[in-house]
Design a protein around this ligand. Sequence first.
Ligand code: MLC
Ligand code: AMP
Length: 502
Amino acid sequence: MTNENFLALVEHRAPRDPAAVLLEQEDGTTVSYGEMAALSSRIAHALARAGAKPGDRIAAQVEKSAAALALYLACLRGGFVYLPLNTAYQPAEVAYFLGDAEPAVFVCRPESRAALDACAREAKVGTVLTLDAAGHGTLADAAATESSVHPVADARSDDLAVIIYTSGTTGRSKGAMLTHGNLASNGLALVEAWGFTADDVLLHALPLFHVHGLFVANHCVLLSGARMIFHRKYDASVALANLARATVMMGVPTYYTRLLAEPGFTRESASHVRLFISGSAPLLIETFREFESRIGMAILERYGMSEAGMITSNPLHGERRGGTVGAPLPGNEVRVADADDRALPTGETGAIQIRGPNVFKGYWRMPEKTREEFTADGWFRTGDVGCFDADGYLAIVGRAKDLIISGGYNVYPKEIELELDTLPGVVESAVVGVPHPDFGEAVAAAVVLSPGATFDEAAVIALLKTRLANYKVPKRVHVIDDLPRNAMGKVQKAVLRERFSR
Ligand code: MLC
Ligand code: AMP
C-alpha cells in the first residue's frame, strides 16, 4: 500500500535536483529542497529522542523561520501531530491549548520559556525545547547531532496530521483535526486551480501558524517544486521591493490596502507578478476596484477556514468577480441551505454548508460539538451566510456565528466578554466589530459598571494585553449605562456596532 502521509506526496513531487531552492530568507541566504529535507529529518529524530511517539502532539509557539517550517515538516515526517500556536497568545491562552492537547513536546521561543515552563509542567508536557527566529535554541542543538536521513512515517489518509485551534462562540477554543488526506486533496486542488509550476516564486509574508500561511502558501510551493521569498512579518514596503522577483503574492486584505498605500506600488512594480490572491477576511469591493485600476489586474479572492482549508476560489482564467469568493474548488461541494438544511435555489441567501475531501475529521476530544456542526446528511456547517449567483459565484453576505475578523485574525466576542466581566466594577459587557481602515474590522467593547465604580480605559486595555493575544484586545472600551436589548433580552449588537462606528 502506498504511503498516504502528506509528506510522501510532497517528496514525490519535489524537484529532482536537491539543490533547487525552496526558500529565500530576508538576509539573502537560501534553503534548498535537499537542505529542508535534511533539517526536517534531524528535527524528527530529535523529537523522537525527546520522547515523542507517532500520533503524539507537538505544540509550537515559534517565530517564522526556515527552521519553523522544518519543524512542521519534521512532525509530518515522524508521524507526529503538529499543533501551531499564534505567537501573540499570552501564557494563559497557551496554558489552555497545552492542557487540552497534551503534547509530548512543546517548542517555544527562548525568551518566553521562563513564563511558559510552569504551564507546560501543569499540562504534563514531556519536554520543552526552544527555537528562535534565527533557527537557534535547544531544539536546534538537539537536532544538530542527529542523522540527516529519516524515512517518512507510514500514514493513512485518514490519520491526523495537524490540529489547528479555532475559537468558538462559547469562548472555548476547539482543535480542528486535519488529516493527511485533507492536506493532500486541498494542496493539489490549489496547485491546479491557481496554475502553480516550478517556475513560480511566491512572496510569503504570512504567519506560519494558521492555515493561510502554513498550508495554502507552503503547500502550493512544495507540491509544485516552486520557490518562495520568506518574510518574517508583513511590511508593505519590503513586499513592494520584492515584487520584482515574485510571480505570486498571497495575503489577507490588510496586506493589499497597505500595498495600495505605497505610492511606489504601480503597474510597473507589479508587472512580474502573475497572480495576487486574497483571503481569510472579506476583501472590500473598493479595495478590489482600486487595485484593478492601479495595476490593471484583478485580485483573486478565495474563501477558506481552519476546518476545511480552501473551499472556493475565483478563477485563474476568466472573470474574477469582486465581492464574491468564486466557485467550489475541484472536488469540493458547497451548498446554501435553509434552516432545515435543505439546499436553496440559486440567488437565495442561506447557511453555507460544505462537503468533500478537504473537510476536517472533527474537533479534538469534542465529539458532541463535532456532531452539532455536521448536518444529518454529512455537510459541515461553516457558520457563514451566503448566496450563489446565476454564474456559480458565491458571495459571503454575513456570518451566523458571532465572529469578528480583524486583519485576518478571528476574534470571538464571547472570549473577550468573559475576560471583561472578571474586572472589578464591571457588571456586564458586550464586544462588537467596528469598521477599521487598516484591519477591516477592529474589536470594540462596551461595559456597564456597578454604581459608583470607576473605570480607567487605558489601564484596562493594558491589563487585557497581558491576558489576551494583542489582536483580540479591544481598541476602545466604552462605558455605557445599559446594554441595548431586544424584547427577548438578547443584546442588540447591531445597535452597539452602529453607535461605536460613528
Ligand atoms: C496586529 N495588531 C492588530 C492585528 N495585528 N490589531 C488588530 N488586528 C490585527 N490583525 C495590533 C497589535 O496588537 C499592535 O497593537 C499593533 O497592531 C501593531 O502590531 P504589529 O504586530 O506590529 O502589527 P503588524 O505586524 O502590522 O500586523 C498586522 C498584520 C497581521 C495585518 C500584518 O495581523 C497579520 O499578518 N495578519 C494575517 C493574519 C492571518 O494570517 N490570517 C490567516 C488566518 S487563516 P498595539 O496596541 O500593541 O500597538 C484563515 C482561513 C483562511 O482565516 O481562509 O485563510
Ligand atoms: P478561521 O477560523 O481562522 O479559519 O477563519 C475562517 C473564517 O474566515 C470563515 O469561516 C469566514 O468567515 C472567513 N473568511 C475566510 N475567507 C474569507 C473571504 N474571502 N471572505 C469573507 N470571509 C472569509
